[in-house]
Write a protein that binds this ligand. Sequence first.
Ligand SMILES: Nc1ncnc2c1ncn2[C@@H]1O[C@H](COP(=O)(O)OP(=O)(O)OP(=O)(O)O)[C@@H](O)[C@H]1O
Length: 749
Amino acid sequence: MTAPDEPDDDGTPADQPGGPATPDLVEREIAVEQAHVDLVYGRLAEATRTAQEVATAGRSLFQSDRGSYVREEDGTGLYERDVFAFQAAKRLAVLDAEHEGLVFGRLDRTDGEVRYVGRIGVRDADYEPLVIDWRARAAEPFYRATPHDPMQVVRRRVLRCQGQQVIGIEDDLLDGEHARDDLAVVGEGALMAALTRARGHTMRDIVATIQGEQDEAIRAPYQGFTLISGGPGTGKTVVALHRAAYLLYSNRRRFTSGGVLVVGPSRVFMNYIERVLPSLGEESVTLRPVGTVAGDVVRLAGERVDDAPTAAVKGSLRMVRVLRRLVQEPPQAVPLELRLTLRGHVLVLRVEALERIRAEVLAHHKLNAGREAAEKALLQALWRGRPAAELDMERDEFDDAVTDTAAFTMFLLAWWPGVSAPTALARLGDRGLLARLAGSTLSSAEQDLLAASYPRTADLPRTADWTVADGALLDELVSLLGPVPESEERDEPLFLPDDAEYAEVVTTADRLTPTREVDPFAEPHQTYSHVLVDEAQDITPMQWRMLRRRGAGASWTIVGDPAQSSWPDAAETDRALKELVGTAPVRRFRMSTNYRSPAEVFDLAASVVVRAYPEADLPRAVRSTGVEPLLLVADERGVAAGAVDAVVDLLGEVEGTVGVICAPTGRDEVRAALDAAALPGAERLAVVTSLESKGLEYDGVLVVDPDRIVAESPGGVRSLYVALTRPTQRLVTLDAAGDGSAGWRRSRG
Ligand SMILES: Nc1ncnc2c1ncn2[C@@H]1O[C@H](COP(=O)(O)OP(=O)(O)OP(=O)(O)O)[C@@H](O)[C@H]1O
């Protein structure tokens, strides 16, 4: 591509590389870029029209008009030629609706070539590229070139657009030596411009300003495990999402047919990130909060959370042992004896024999797949115990006669019923049974907690009652029990009906074509060819097992920061992750720059976390606002009233969102006080717990009663660290006690 015509140069020194940009110059440069952007949109509009015409004409010709019959191969050729344009136009419609700017970058190279970079690749009628897809190799220098290693790029330009209008440009001069005299350089730098803009309620893509170290992680090969670490605000989440889009681009066949699963901490978080992939033109990724990953095998809402100590028991690897014992238990209310009459003779199997048979069958079969084997074993035992002298029968005849009796058939169904995972898990509410199963595995206090979380009612817990941690236990049970035979599902069905509502932001329906070789009875879990896990520091060992079932043959991207963990036993999660990785190849990337919080805010947060967690990976903040965090103390009216005052000020100080972060037991009171105050600008406000604030960000943040957050979270100070690192602009804290006793302040390093 050659450089588009520059408008007439008025010859002022301001046009020289590096010189100050006058408003005139900026306007003229914008006009140049607008001309190219118009060309691209014009080309796409033209391609859409042709594709639609061909589609319509082709359909009518093939369907009815025998007179103007067109040979099939001609029609196919027309379709093929325009399918690309049609698909591109369809994607553009998505992008247009979702996002500003299909074209966002330009590279001026030392050899005079100009390359435009955009969300998708577009060619002109002669097949010359008008825009290169950001994921293509030719676009790499846009993200990697630096003044130190310019990669043949003289000037990198970022275009800011609103719809199809170019409204701003930001340049970096990377190679002054090779710059033409008339090469203009304008703007303050695209990154800073992007970072200082106010935030909305959903995350934006960063495709125009991806930084070098981020780009390396995004474009890393897919095989094995890619582990991305870094402190708060270093872009781990956006990098992971752009990586998903990159993998789909560079290995489309593999990943669209095999599927990509993105797992995050909560539904709020998934809603926050859900627009990033569509804005990059990717609709085919499955997004799931970790609480509903098991939604493919059991019905669950996965919204409720257990209190911290209970969640810790349910997440521990020790639960595997408890559940294995649970499935060995005879189901509730099974008959203790088999007794039937055959040709006047009474045949009996007593409880000891039955227990032996059950254990033997379960040693080789999952419970729900074991009934046939159980039947055979019962027949064998009856045969061995028959009065052989008096009952003169061949074996086949004997078996037929026994299985024909109603007593045997009814016994078998009652003694070996199909058991669903929810039915099995609910039995842990039986404290006596739990003591038997977990006596040597869980402490008595832990058993109490577990039993109390499954109330003993006549009915099963409702779908909405299962907690996030229960999801992994139910999943483990499905894998231990196998699917319930369809004919006898008595409670919650194992497979979801078509209209089931579960939290899948983008469905995989398209992906699951009938050609997939998955036998749902052999392996009920949906599997994926790439699994991407965000906030991995909070994935419990039981949840890692659940995720592993979704990605048995997958490649993985795992993103996290141990210093933000809310799991009490960091070593145990670490072990679980190591077990998952095994001997597979591992690639590690560390993100080192905090793009979210100003230095003043991050310094405070860092000083708090290092005391409790000295090994925290502290990034360098890229911005500074000159405004120190405000540390307030509630007066005699209490924290809720103090929070309302502080929020009024914050709403006035920042343009975008304001987050109020509370301890779990304090949130409702603060929310009620804010609701009652009915503040103008309340639509910009969110009141959340520190757990719920994971992965999110707000322009202004009020952290209410930091000591209480530390006290109520299993992650302790690490949970407070999460809260303190959410602001993009302003941080305010509000202590409850006015006597200077706030522990978190005293413990600052
Ligand atoms: N290259 C970039 N250009 C523009 N903005 C960026 C860039 N990298 C990151 N950001 C912004 O920085 C903020 C933090 O990014 P992100 O949420 O991905 O960080 P994180 O490392 O996942 O944080 P945490 O661990 O705290 O959840 C987001 O607003 C993101 O858009």
